[in-house]
Design a protein around this ligand. Sequence first.
Ligand SMILES: *Cc1c(COP(=O)(O)O)cnc(C)c1O
Length: 399
Amino acid sequence: MQRIYMDHAATTPTDPRVVEAMMPYFTEFFGNPSSIHGFGRAARKALEDARAVIAQELGAEPAGVIITSGGSEADNLAIKGVAAALREKGRHIITSSVEHHAVLDSCKYLEKQGFDVTYLPVDANGRVQVEDVQNALRDETILVTIMHANNEVGTIQPIKEISEVVKARSKALFHTDAVQTVGAIPVHLDELGVDLLSLSAHKFYGPKGVGALIIRKGVRLESLIHGGAQERNRRAGTENLPGVVGMAKALELANAELPEARPRITRLRDHLIQSVLNGFDHVRLNGHPTERLPGNANFSFEYIEGESLLLNLDLQGIAASSGSACTSGSLDPSHVLLAMGLCHATAHGSLRLSLGKGTTEEEVETVLKVLPGIVEKLRAMSPLYDHVRKECLTCTRTK
Ligand SMILES: *Cc1c(COP(=O)(O)O)cnc(C)c1O
């Protein structure tokens, strides 16, 4: 059976060229970058070279690149680290209701520590309104954190416009979770106007378990992990050198290939979206029609449970997702879709197909061929049918 991977928003395969670049740092250059002997110095040099590449690719300073264990840690460090450093200046934080749980749960943790958090709503396309950010800013706001693009529905936020308002109206720092955009669309610190930015290597064909928080000069934050003086005292622990080398290589490759990959993946995505919207009744596209990630297609099929759709696709060799990787195993519908105004039942019928640089036209055609049979079968046996139809009379955005 042909196996088709359409879950690139969850993770990507590591590019063989990245693996190749990493190999010597497991075996030959295995030194601890903090050691003063030759092995250590060679490792240190490789680490700093990789850091310089990451900084260069994102328009940052090498000293502003803090290596982390991935996107979740970068988000935690940005939010909790800034909150701890600035708690005497103010205790108000602004975020959106569609953030990744690494951001939302960090904010919830801070609420328990006495911080006040504003969760901004989004429109039906999943976008934050710049005016809402402006109205939420207070004298005591220390941090605004809004993701660059959403991992479930692919909507790209107006980060530049939000940054202008934050800078003009407050002294707050501005953080963006750019885990879904780095390597997929151009990401540049100055062009976005952000002070802190999170990324994760495994979302752009790099290795898992390594990422970075990029900070602008002058940004103060407290370390979350104490021990050695690594990362300029901002993140203790012997550096994941093969991982950092791999992340730098992956970022370099992704950005170099972006001019070719982005329009190609966007075309495949649009073909998939148009074919699904034209080919099915009672289906809607979730997320913004144009301001969306090149590889993201997210649909809601009414009268169907997303989980059943996924299992049936998996039986046919197609790997998709119902939105966020569901680690809790809970059947709660996506907080993102609910924030966009979908009712519970429609939110339950969502399917995310995320395309990547390895996705072929043939694979998209296969998915389009397989999907109708599954949808028909599930609708025919769905006990949800009546229930959903009633409930969705109140779900105005579904039709
Ligand atoms: C994947 C993802 C994360 C978490 O990154 P990890 O490296 O898996 O911890 C955070 N935010 C967004 C938007 C993501 O897509």
